[in-house]
Structure formats: structure tokens, C-alpha cells
Design a protein around this ligand. Structure first.
Ligand code: MG
Length: 291
């Protein structure tokens, strides 16, 4: 494991085997050191060739990952939902997360795997009853998220959680961009999702129904937000489920989410290997059931 800081082609950092390694980018680190201190330690580190590393999700161990649904007007329209007057939220569990370039897993149990390009927010400071006017000072940074969704499972019940938590469906990264590098609240950034190179979603973060500041403030009215908590801000129109006919991701597809000023999150879709099971729906092989 390692941690690096930089931009463009220039990254420096340390591996966990190095004495100077400050720790993983997690709650313990952001509570132990200021961003300036982390920057100083990493900047004196080894040159890192990002072409030769395995990307992990850029922040680990959030006590809460809160995803927001229906947060772009045109996405509500395409999915047949009313634009909400209060944020629609559901959790993402860490077991669903993958990093940049890791495969998004199409589960054996569904053919309705959809993409959702989104901006992710990670908090530096938590709190309760955070005023909207102060909310952005709580942000550590921003990243990119592909909230890949298994639609038939998502819509089996009024709660979407189950369709949003399949293993290997929460793509997160490639890096965390500190808040000072971006417009306040990551507003005014273009967000684009491409499937096999074709643009399938294109929007601007100005079109969020609930801004980053409003989300932090609203969520903190009900729960204590903690350092490292993440808010995944919702996806614009263009999802596969909103198309006629629907467009589902399949084995070999390459999905990219690009957010201006943050980067490009790229993942290839792979069929789930039926771990522990004999046969799969790809081969029509035998499935052994035991109870
Ligand atoms: Mg989403």
C-alpha cells in the first residue's frame, strides 16, 4: 500500500513499508495530521509512476457513505420520479467499493447493470446542525464515483439499498482532489459519462437539485456527520434504465466518468465468476443448490 500526492505526471509519496509513510488516507490520518502536514511528508517522498500502481478507493474507512438519489432534475424525469423537495438518500457499504481501473462486476443474478456518474465529497470535519453557510468548510475534497446499480434488485422494494450494494459496483477515484483546488462546492463542473467511448451522460454540477452545502447541512440535521464521511451527490440524466430500449453494461464494456478538474474514473465491466458455485448463467452450466 502507498499514498501519493501530486498532479499531472508528478506524484510523490511513500509505501507502507517506508518509515516515513504517514498512513492510509482514512479518518485516523486526517484527525492526526493537517493537510499541510500530509502534503509536506508526501512531497518529500519517492517519485511515483501512476501508470504502474494499482489504484485503491482514494479514501477508506468512512463511517458513512451516503448516496443521494434524484439530485438532477432531468434524471428524475427520465426515471419517472418526482423531483424531491428533500434529499433521497441510501447507504453504500464498503464491501461494494472498487478503485480506478478495477473491474465493475456484473453479477450472475442480474443482466440489468447500469452506470451512474457522480461527484463524491469527503468530509474533513463532521458535526451536527451544520449551517449551510459553513458547510463547505467541512469538506476535505472531491472525487469521482460510478454508482453502478443493479436495477431489477434496486426496484424490487421501495428502498434502493440492495441494488446499490453488490460487490464490485461502487467505483471510486482515481484520486481525491482537495477542496482548495476546485470551485466552492465543486459547482460549475462538467460531468460526463462515456460507455465504450460514446457519451451517455453530460451535465453540469450547477444542476444539482441539492447543492453540496445543502446536503451537508440537511444530513447533519438528523445525524452526526464524522470526519471521513462521504456523500455521493447523485447522477444526471442518461442512465441506461431511462433509455428505450434500456442500455445495460456487459462484460468487456469500458465505462468512464470524467469530472472537470477532478479527473477520469475508468473501469471495465467483467462478469462475476461464480465463486463457490458450480456453473453460471453465462455457460448455462449446472447450479448446485443445497439447503
Ligand atoms: Mg446514484
Amino acid at each position: 500500500m502507498g499514498l501519493a500526492i501530486g498532479s499531472g505526471q508528478n506524484y510523490r509519496g511513500w509505501m507502507s513499508s517506508d518509515e516515513q509513510y504517514p498512513g492510509d488516507l482514512d479518518r485516523a490520518l486526517i484527525e492526526k495530521m493537517s493537510l499541510a502536514e500530509v502534503e509536506e511528508v508526501l512531497s518529500s517522498g519517492l517519485e511515483i509512476d501512476t501508470a504502474s500502481v494499482t489504484f485503491l478507493p482514494p479514501f477508506v474507512g468512512s463511517s458513512k457513505m451516503i448516496c443521494v438519489g434524484l439530485n438532477y432534475v432531468d434524471h428524475s424525469a427520465e426515471t419517472g420520479f418526482k423531483v424531491p423537495d428533500y434529499p433521497t438518500v441510501f447507504p453504500r457499504f464498503p464491501s461494494s467499493l472498487i478503485g480506478h481501473l478495477a473491474p465493475i462486476i456484473k453479477p450472475v443474478s442480474s443482466d440489468q447493470l447500469d452506470y451512474e456518474g457522480e461527484v463524491a465529497v469527503v468530509l474533513l470535519q463532521g458535526g451536527r446542525y451544520i449551517p449551510q453557510s459553513e458547510a463547505l468548510s467541512h469538506v476535505l475534497g472531491y472525487s469521482i464515483f460510478n454508482d453502478a446499480s443493479v436495477r431489477d434488485f434496486q426496484l424490487r422494494t421501495p428502498q434502493w439499498t440492495i441494488g446499490k450494494n453488490f460487490d464490485g459496483t461502487g467505483a471510486f477515484g482515481p484520486s481525491l482532489v482537495t477542496a482548495d483546488e476546485l470551485p466552492a462546492g465543486a459547482a460549475g463542473l462538467s460531468i460526463t459519462t462515456r460507455l465504450n467511448g460514446a457519451v451517455v451522460q453530460k451535465a453540469n454540477t450547477n444542476d444539482l437539485v441539492f447543492s453540496v452545502a445543502k446536503l451537508i447541512s440537511d444530513l447533519s440535521q438528523t445525524m452526526t456527520l464524522e470526519p471521513g464521511d462521504a456523500i455521493i451527490t447523485g447522477t444526471p440524466a442518461g442512465v441506461g434504465a431511462g433509455r428505450k430500449p434500456p442500455l445495460w453494461m456487459k462484460d468487456g464494456d469500458v465505462c468512464e466518468v470524467e469530472v472537470e478538474g477532478i479527473g477520469v474514473l475508468r473501469n471495465t465491466v467483467r462478469n462475476e465468476q461464480a465463486n463457490g458455485r458450480l456453473g453460471s448463467n453465462e455457460t448455462g452450466g449446472r447450479v448446485v443448490e443445497h439447503s
